[in-house]
Design a protein around this ligand. Structure first.
Ligand SMILES: [Zn+2]
Ligand SMILES: [Zn+2]
Length: 265
């Protein structure tokens, strides 16, 4: 399997997961043009994408969906709450509702040779979820927009080969930054975003000998920067009470505006 980010950050998200035979996107929060260009870097035509898995209806996850689905008619998979949010989002323009296929958290489904497990995450949207995709023994996941993690989330993310994980903000940068008070509270809240520190702590909980690498994603433009996210997550792993150090596994930071490196598992 392959996992990579076409774009990741608070201004737009689109992640690729695939095998030789099946190509999937998680979210379409950047322009159709950028998605098509990112796919072309992976030698994939948009017509070959089997489905778009949507995590939730916030614009940074769906704003490219209107044009993409009109042009290529790719099926869209979303929980009922997210599907409702997508259809209510005015920025998508004319939209073929029949492309939206409702899914249920906890009920696995299969697209091509990939099995998908959607599970709920705490975030201030209708019915947000994260996705684990598996093919044979291989498992990769995309988990962003998580206010707090709990044992259920740790359980779903255990035994992965690779992961794109949110490292949204540095708590101190956010606290002293220019965001209005209500927005700071929202981001720091239980239905907000995962800080660099908590991202490192969650990663410490799920590392195992077979883990191939993590891409840190959904970085805030205002309240984080690549080096800080990378160093903080690495330090949390080293200091945390897991048997691993931050250097034991590849940690990379997904780019906001361009495709990131590909993790092969
Ligand atoms: Zn969100
Ligand atoms: Zn988001």
């Amino acid at each position: 399997m392959r996992l990579t980010s076409i774009a990741s950050g608070s201004s737009g998200n689109c992640i690729y997961i695939g095998t030789d035979n099946t190509h999937l996107l998680v979210d379409a929060g950047i322009s159709c043009k950028r998605i098509v260009s990112g796919l072309s870097d992976l030698a994939i035509k948009p017509e070959e994408v089997e489905g778009i898995l949507i995590t939730h209806e916030h614009s940074d996850h769906i704003q490219g969906l209107g044009v993409l689905s009109r042009k290529y008619g790719i099926p869209i998979y979303a929980t009922p709450g997210t599907a409702r949010g997508i259809l209510a989002y005015s920025g998508l323009g004319k939209f073929d509702e029949s492309l939206v296929r409702p899914i249920q958290c906890g009920v696995d489904f299969t697209l091509g040779d990939i099995t998908i497990d959607a599970f709920p995450i705490p975030h201030d949207a209708n019915e947000p979820c994260a996705y684990v995709a598996s093919c044979g023994e291989k498992r990769v996941a995309v988990a962003t927009d998580i206010g707090v993690y709990d044992e259920e989330i740790v359980r779903h993310l255990s035994g992965l080969d690779a992961l794109l994980l949110e490292a949204n903000h540095d708590v101190k940068m956010l606290q002293v930054g220019s965001y209005p008070y209500y927005l700071k509270q929202r981001i720091l809240g239980n239905r907000g975003h995962l800080s660099n520190e908590n991202s490192g702590r969650l990663l410490s909980r799920i590392l195992h000998d077979g883990f191939k690498g993590v891409l840190l994603g959904h970085l805030s433009k205002e309240n984080n920067y690549e080096r800080l996210a990378y160093e903080t997550v690495k330090m949390e792993v080293t200091l945390g009470d897991c048997p691993y150090k931050g250097d034991d596994f590849p940690i990379a930071v997904a780019k906001r505006d361009q495709p990131s490196e590909i993790i092969f598992v």
